[in-house]
Design a protein. Structure first.
Lengths: 387, 387
């Protein structure tokens, strides 16, 4: 039934059907050629500036720093938020591995938190109760009383493009003076109560990987309204080089995280089409929603009440947490050349993170066994001109 | 006199004159367009495989793993060489900061070594004597007797494209069983005794940044003849994802270091022209050499006897170590819109590396005050068709 329903939506589409494929139907060629002709394909060049400015304008935010990918954006955002070696950082267990890895790159330890069913992201109420139980104030710092380590930040991740309940989360963070770093890798264009994800905390990371709603080939961005943080972000991502006409000197351990100009040129062309991509993706989601309204045993996951999501990856939730059913559906779809995949393996189950601190993760564990991602490319929408 | 000599070489060239500008005179546009048309611009796509294979063939090496930049290539190469947190790694003080930063990313400490005047790279004789004095064997490991830390690897850097004396260096490394990781970021196409740099040790890192002889916008490669290391390199640079049709699971802390397909497409087109680029750059070097043969107070730096260099950046060495003369020349050239720059500030003088262990660095300190890099783009050569 599930497989048939998906096949009915995708019946007119050429197979194999990817999970998410970019559309290059705008000025991609023109801007790439202009970039080549300029001779500036690397870290120097006007497209990086232009992409940063246009993205900032789109998001309604002061500063965007384009980088090499979303993981790099998150890594530097965490450093800027003050995460130090030996700290703990609250991250959801239901996320892509980059969220936890970025914490590791800082020498810090991910501390896994549970998700709520209505957003698939961090559960603020559960987190509030948990933190009240484990945090203790010591010399002005909030320590995990079980490990003695400082808890340094909270990283909500807007899973599959659906916004976390950020007001509730920011309130909890405020109780302990913890910085919030939004992992908005998947949620470019998604709104939470009329504000864009990526602008709901002091720092955010976005991804423009090939499977994202907007792609630069590989790329990411650090987003902030804070001028000082933006300047530090630019400095840290450009090897911490000191400005000088010819001297080459650096004042701290920086990173080679700049987005090349050629990737930014692609991004500029994609950004011009972003509103259309979102429209088509929401239209596709609507089609899936209708199609699954009368399929038993499964729900099409819909955006939270407070959100207008980009529906980056469309999600089905089986009624029952039965891995064998999940696998059966995945097997059938993939055998039909329709790409589908389950939840990421939960972070606390990965070998390198099994020993990390965590709260009760029963909701995420339940979701993991019920979740299936299905094809979500914008061009799959019947509403689009290019379907 | 120095300024006039450079101006005479560049008299027919449009100003401003960059230090190193790429040439896109091959199939760049064709391959980029093909890449866009394929829809695969990101980490999946045939150009990455093609670039890796073609580069391996060019180098005469078994395995190439394309990554996001040269810094990332060096970082992962060091991890693969077994560098652990708290180790020390021998690196030249006369290098770009990425060499030392890559060591820092491993949680290790750079240990700075001196250069020799004939190569501008690590001085094997001086290093041999130094290591004999400071290394002591402890439980099968060679420790720095002054710090108690393990010395884990040696990283020669082929400065400005000129090969280090690798036979001598490999011999020293062999005495202590230390792995050698070549930092060949600048020396693609340079030969040491008829073998390509990047193939003279178990692991090497190459850069394809916009200022390099071959550019992918931003990019790098890990080079090795070892199948196991190559497989590990691919795994670590692709988030350590386990192969599976649909499951998303990772078995260690990996990195998002893959080169995007669109950057690889550019690289494939550039690789077709590499021999020509080298020819033109060597011809330009010959012109500089002749021009400076009768200029007093300065030498044009020539490739070591055992080398055939790519002359990535042409280098002048003033006879006298007088920073004020160096600055005068740099000021005059840059004021004439001819880009020129001094040596990198030596690593042991940067604030974050001042406390690191080091040997006597007097040769590098002398070179730092005498060295000037001058415009080196391949199209500057009179010999080229496209001059």
């Amino acid at each position: 039934m599930i497989v048939d329903a998906i096949k009915s939506v995708l019946r007119d589409v050429e197979h194999p059907v990817s999970l998410h494929e970019p559309s290059f139907i705008g000025r991609e060629w023109q801007l790439l050629k202009d970039c080549l002709d300029s001779g500036y394909v690397s870290s120097v060049g006007e497209y990086v500036d232009r992409f940063e400015q246009q993205l900032a304008q789109y998001l309604g935010v002061e500063h965007v720093v384009a980088v090499v990918n979303g993981t790099a954006a998150l890594h530097v955002s965490l450093l800027l938020a003050g995460v130090k070696p030996g700290d703990e950082v609250i991250v959801p267990t239901l996320t892509f591995v980059a969220t936890a890895n970025a914490v590791s790159y800082c020498g810090a330890i991910p501390h896994f938190a549970d998700s709520e069913q209505s957003t698939l992201g961090l559960d603020p109420a559960k987190l509030r109760q948990y933190l009240a139980g484990i945090l203790q104030l010591d010399d002005g710092q909030w320590l995990n009383r079980n490990t003695g380590r400082r808890v340094a930040a909270i990283v909500p991740m807007h899973a599959f493009g659906h916004p976390v309940d950020m007001d509730a989360l920011n309130e909890i963070a405020g109780l302990y003076g913890l910085p919030v770093v939004e992992d908005a890798a998947e949620s470019l264009g998604s709104c939470y109560k009329d504000r864009m994800t990526g602008t709901l905390s002091s720092l955010a990371a976005i991804s423009f990987n090939g499977n994202k709603i907007l792609t630069t080939g590989g790329g990411g961005a650090i987003v902030t309204n804070d001028k000082v943080l933006a300047k530090r972000a630019k400095h840290l991502t450009t090897t911490a080089k000191m400005p000088h006409r010819w001297q080459i000197s650096h004042d701290e351990v920086g990173f080679n995280y700049r987005m090349p100009n050629i990737n930014a040129a692609l991004g500029c062309a994609q950004l011009e089409q972003l509103a259309g991509f979102i429209e088509r993706k929401r239209s596709l989601a609507e089609t899936y929603k209708k199609t699954f309204s009368d399929v038993v045993g499964v729900d099409f996951f819909q955006e939270p009440e407070f959100a207008c999501s980009n529906y980056w990856l469309n999600v089905l939730l089986l009624d029952e947490a039965k891995p064998e059913i999940c696998n059966e559906v995945l097997e059938a779809l993939n055998n039909e050349s329709i790409m589908a995949r389950p939840s990421w393996t939960l972070m606390h189950k990965l070998p390198m993170y099994q020993g990390c601190p965590r709260m009760d993760l029963s909701v995420a564990e339940n979701l993991e066994q019920r979740l299936i991602c299905i094809p979500s490319s914008p061009f799959l929408s019947q509403a689009g001109d290019h379907a």
